[in-house]
Design a protein. Structure first.
Length: 165
């Protein structure tokens, strides 16, 4: 019996390792080789070797442009992409913000400045491409959305101004 591991250094745009998506990377694989395969060649039957299930998760094939080789980057993470834009739909006492997806497993920190909102800490942290902030007073606001990876590295943010009625 021969065992081996199939390890991967693949990480997502958000620097999340492939092992967070599946345990098949760290599970050992086995190949059963009959003793006759080690014979003098005359009686060796290499075709009798059997291996475990050939199932390998097609995770990378689902979003191939979202996976990177961690060895290609000094800190193991690809650069965090910039956020292209953010849109605001204000309403009475609330705003719904939306933005395009910047990458697989990125988080987005939403900061808000306006009446009663100093803007020092994020008001929302999400992996979704939108967030609703409630309890807002009437007035002018600026929202900033920052893409953040698993190691707390940031990409260029996008901002939008809006007025809550």
């Amino acid at each position: 019996m021969i065992s081996y591991n199939v390890n991967s250094e693949a990480v997502t745009t958000g620097c999340v390792p492939m092992s967070a998506f599946t345990n098949t990377l760290t599970l050992p694989r086995f190949v059963a080789v009959p003793m006759t395969a080690f014979g003098d060649g005359a009686s060796a039957h290499a075709s009798a070797a059997r291996s475990g299930p050939p199932v390998y998760p097609p995770i990378v094939q689902q979003n191939p442009s979202q996976w990177f080789n961690a060895w290609d980057y000094p800190d193991g993470c690809p650069p965090v992409p910039a956020l292209a834009s953010v849109r605001a739909r204000p309403g009475a006492g609330r705003v719904t913000l939306t933005w395009p997806d910047a990458g697989l497993r990125l988080r987005y920190h939403v900061y808000l400045q306006g009446p009663g909102e100093p803007g020092g800490a994020p008001v929302k942290i999400t992996q979704k491409t939108g967030a609703t902030v409630t309890g807002l007073r009437p007035g002018a606001y600026q929202a900033t959305v920052v893409p953040v990876n698993f190691k707390q590295q940031t990409g260029r943010s996008a901002k939008v101004t809006f007025t809550v009625p």
